[in-house]
Design a protein around this ligand. Sequence first.
Ligand code: MN3
Length: 202
Amino acid sequence: MAFQLPELSYDYGALDKSIDAQTMEIHYTKHHGAYVTNCNNAIAGTEWDDKSIEEIMANVSKLPPAVRNNGGGHYNHALFWSILSPNGGDAPAGKLADEINATFGSFSALKDLMNTAGATRFGSGWAWLIVDAQGKLAVCSTPNQDNPTMDIAEIKGTPILGIDVWEHAYYLRYQNRRPDYLKAIWDVISWDAVADRYAAAK
Ligand code: MN3
């Protein structure tokens, strides 16, 4: 069963307060599209071609680099689109808010940690908020299209929020100013979606 691009629940221009429409369209159709195609090609005809993306991530060390890069790209972008929303930008609520306050001190402190993780990731990669094996929240970052669900990850866990810090995610509007993109992206984070992922991960 070949992987497919997930449907977006908003238009390319819907996140314009943080991400412009052209960036969204190229990012989704060309970048994510290529990860899907290349991942499918890399696993076609192998024992992995009927496995879930989660199972592939958990065993990625046994697979060729093309699967790590493109399967990772598919997993990461599917998560990324799902936690963005034109109605985002509020603050975490309920149990997730309590856990953020208990772990990091405040929502503002979490944003600072995520922004630093993203800004200091040399080259391309991702900043993550994860639930670790002990059920605790943690912030980390990964290079390229790696993620914390991969068996090769230095810090492992279930991501509930991921921010793409590849230049293709922000360059048209922000050029080299990655910190400005990171500051703006919080205006389109859907805390409902992150809370759903938190509940599922616990
Ligand atoms: Mn990307």
